[in-house]
Each structure stands twice: as structure tokens, then as C-alpha cells.
Design a protein around this ligand. Sequence first.
Ligand code: NDP
Length: 506
Amino acid sequence: MATHISPQADRLSSHDPSTGDLVGTVPIHTPAEVDAAVARARVASQSWGALSFEARTEELVAFRKAIAASADELAAIIHRENGKPELEALTEVMMSLSHLAHATQHAPDAMASRKVGVGLLANFRATVSYHPLGVIGVIGPWNYPMFTPMGSISYALAAGNAVVWKPSELTPLVAVKLAEIAQKTFALAHLLQVVTGAGATGAALAKAAVDKVAFTGSAATGRRVMIAAAERLTPVLLELGGKDPMIVADDADVEKAAEACVYGALTNSGQACISVERVYVADAIHDRFVAAVVEQVKQLKVGGDDGHLGAMTSDLQVKIVRDHLDDAVAKGAKVLTGGSAAISGNYIQPTVLTDVTHDMKVMVDETFGPIIPIQRVASIDEAVRLANDTVYGLGSSVFGKHAREIAERLRAGMTAVNAVMAFSGIPGLPFGGVGDSGFGRIHGDEGIREFTRVKSTAEQAFALPINMMSMNQPKNALAQMRGMIKQLYGGGVVAKAGDFLRKLRG
Ligand code: NDP
């Protein structure tokens, strides 16, 4: 376990999961301290939200540059707290920066007011405008301790909000470092604050007087967050787990698909909400595909400075993976590499399983580990049916010449076509799922607007001879109304209300 809270302690300590060494300690913030942080953020949000986009952009660019200048230090903290290899940690920093840059650049357009059609009220002008919500509570996970929260924080800040962020108790130090950078960069003192602690601190943030809670983590905790937020009717954005399927059709490039599968299932030791968690392969190429995957997996090194896979972040996660493997083997799965017996401490050897079925946990529950379960399918219809046989619906991937059409049939928030996970690296694409994977969207224009209040304005532009919004109607109003309904909506094409009203009254 990377974290330890001693009884009656007011601090929690973060440990390196690969060695058990202490990385640092952080305070355990009480609910009263969380409320105080939210109150300070409220003040900051009023000034920040009132700034022009140009002024906010200037500060967000300075924040981006300061993060880039500290990239190595941030990556080193992620590497030590989370256990992932340094290259993956630095990739995480780079991807976070790409989202911050995108959100900064696109907020003015995404939040630009727009005119909409006026329907019956032809003498009106109608406008939709977008305004900052105020204070956003962000509750982040440990698997991508910087990238995932920054996927909410960047968009929330760019939309003109202040943020209070509760990082996972397993990985609090990277958040503390980012808050330090924010403190030094932004003119406003409390624009991005971090509160640290365990679940209770997160629960306090969900209950606090924030304008939205953006949560990333398990479906079980997401439910608790939603229930806590319901007390104040605070809206929530839930980015929960996934059981992402990969489909490989018989006309796919087997080598390419195998390479993508190995990456998609094993990057970050499989501890990603959009990991490839299960693979359905057409009968005709199944054996070749499995051989290619096994061949590539055997080249990988676990642990050490040059390891492809690092230590798992938590003991709990190792237990879950072991349980899924043991369950699969007991029900008839074949282990081609790795396996439960090869688990040593927090290190799990990448494991390829075949002969798996949906009776096994490894095919239906989120494993969140370096496991590649591969199921043979007789047809694409069967692959689609099995891929959609899940309570989740986050990411997915399809390989083959007709992958695009197959992708349309998947019930998932996102699909990569002849690729894996790519949708998370494209900042313009909204990110999120359906079902137990949650709702709401981060990233893209949708991710910016997720942190805004939508305002509808109807303004009378000119007077018409007939005024429907008056109690003072002519005697023949009923007949006119009947005529209008018939004329406007009785035909194939909906006539313009303004033209009709003018004609009616001469
Ligand atoms: P959780 O969902 O419990 O934790 C996510 C975040 O929620 C952490 O910051 C956690 O804080 C916080 N939290 C915990 N309890 C509460 C609460 N009552 N109210 C508000 N916030 C709370 O994830 P776990 O670490 O328990 O991981 C369990 C499983 O979740 C994994 O096996 C994986 O399947 C899934 N998961 C999915 C992720 C994703 O990216 N979608 C990310 C992480 C996990 P603290 O850590 O301090 O307890």
C-alpha cells in the first residue's frame, strides 16, 4: 500500500509501492478545513470569472509554462508515489499539458454566445450564453494522479472557475506540488487549492458548497459521492470504471492489432479506466493473434529502472487481480504467460489468458491489472453481443477493414478504430461513458461547457401586430390560433411563423 494513516494521526504518509520507502507526508484536512478552502475558492472564483478570456489565457499560459518547467520533478513524484516507470510518468505530465493548452485555447470559442431559432416568437432574438459555475470540487484517482484530475481542472479553470482538488490518499504529493506551482503562478491566491486526506476528506468535499463535483474513481465510490452531493443538489460529473472490449475481425492486420492490444492492456500495468480489459478475436485468426500477443508479452520486463511495467500502486489492487486470475483458472481459463503464482509483492507479470468466458470475473468485473483475457468468437455479431454484455460502457476498440461500421454497434462512450485508447490523447474529443462508467464529459468543447452555467436569453426585437403574450386578445383569437396550427404545422414543411403572422394581420 502506498499510504499509511496512523491512529489519531493528523497527517498521512505516502510510500513508494515498489520499495515501501516514505515519499512524504501531507495533512489530513478536516471537513471544516475543506469548507474553509471552498469559501476561499468562492472569493477567487468571483474575480477569476469576471476576467476577460484574454486575461485568463495569459495566466493559464504562465501556469502551463511553469508546469512544463517542472515536468521532470512532477514525473519523479508520480513515479515514486504511483510506481509507474519514469517514461510513463513523464508521458502523463505531457498529456496533462496538452489538455491544459487545448482548454486554454478553445474556451473562448466553446463559451461564445450563440443565436438560436425562435420558432413561434418570430419577433424575438434568442441567445444561449455560457458562464462560469463558480467553484468546482475535483476528486481524483491514484492511477493517473496528474493526467486524470487535470482533465477536469484544466477545463474548469479555462471556463472561469476556481478549483478545490482532493487527490487520492495513495498519490497526494503530485497534487501538492501542482498547487504550489499554481500558488506561485496565478495572481489569485486560491484559484487552485488542494485538500488532502482519505475518503472522509473526499466525502466532505462532495458535501461542501461547491457548484459541481467532478469525480474519477470506482463506480461504488461514485455512487457515494452522488448521494453526498444530492444533499445540496450539487450536480456531479462521474468518470467511473470500464471493462473496455477490443474486437479483432478476421481481416485485421494481426501483428498491428497484437501490438496495440499489448499496449492497451499493459500500459500503466493495466491500471487505466480505458485499458483493454477483454479481447474478442475472430476464430480464423485467433491462434495467430494469441501467438503474436504472447511473443510480444514475453519481451517485456517488469520492475527495475528499465522495466516496461512498474509496481502496482496498491496492495488492494494486487488482491483484486489475484482473485480474478484464480477465479478464471478455477473455471477453465488457460494461463499462457504470468499468472497468479508469478505475482511477487506489488509486481504482477503480464498475464495472457485464453479459453475465457463471461462466467469469469476477469471478463465482467473491472480488473485494473496487467491481464489480457482473449476469447475466440465465431462471428462479428457474437463479438458485438459479448462486447456490449457489460454494465460499463467507457472505451472500446475495433480492428479490421470494416472496423468503423463495427464501432457504430458498440454501446460505449468512445471507440478507437484500428487503434487503442487514442480518444483520450485527442483533447478535442469529449471523454466519458455510459451505464456504470458514469456520465458527463471531460475534454473537448463539451468538457469546457460541463463547467459552465447555461443561460438562455429571449429579447423582443420588434413588435408584431399580434401579441401572443398578452391577456388582451382579439375576439377571433381562437379562430386565428386554429388557422395558425393548420398553416404552420399541418403541412409537410413548417412555415415561418413571422411570415404567417404578418400575412394574417395584413
Ligand atoms: P475509489 O473510487 O475509492 O477512489 C477514488 C477517489 O475517491 C480517491 O481520491 C478516494 O480517496 C476518493 N474517495 C474514497 N471514498 C470517498 C468518499 N466516500 N467520498 C468521496 N471521495 C472518496 O478508488 P479505489 O482506490 O478504491 O479503487 C478501487 C477500484 O476503483 C479499482 O479497482 C478500479 O477498478 C477503480 N478505479 C477506477 C479509476 C478510474 O480511472 N476510473 C481510478 C481508480 C480506481 P482515497 O484514495 O483517499 O480513499
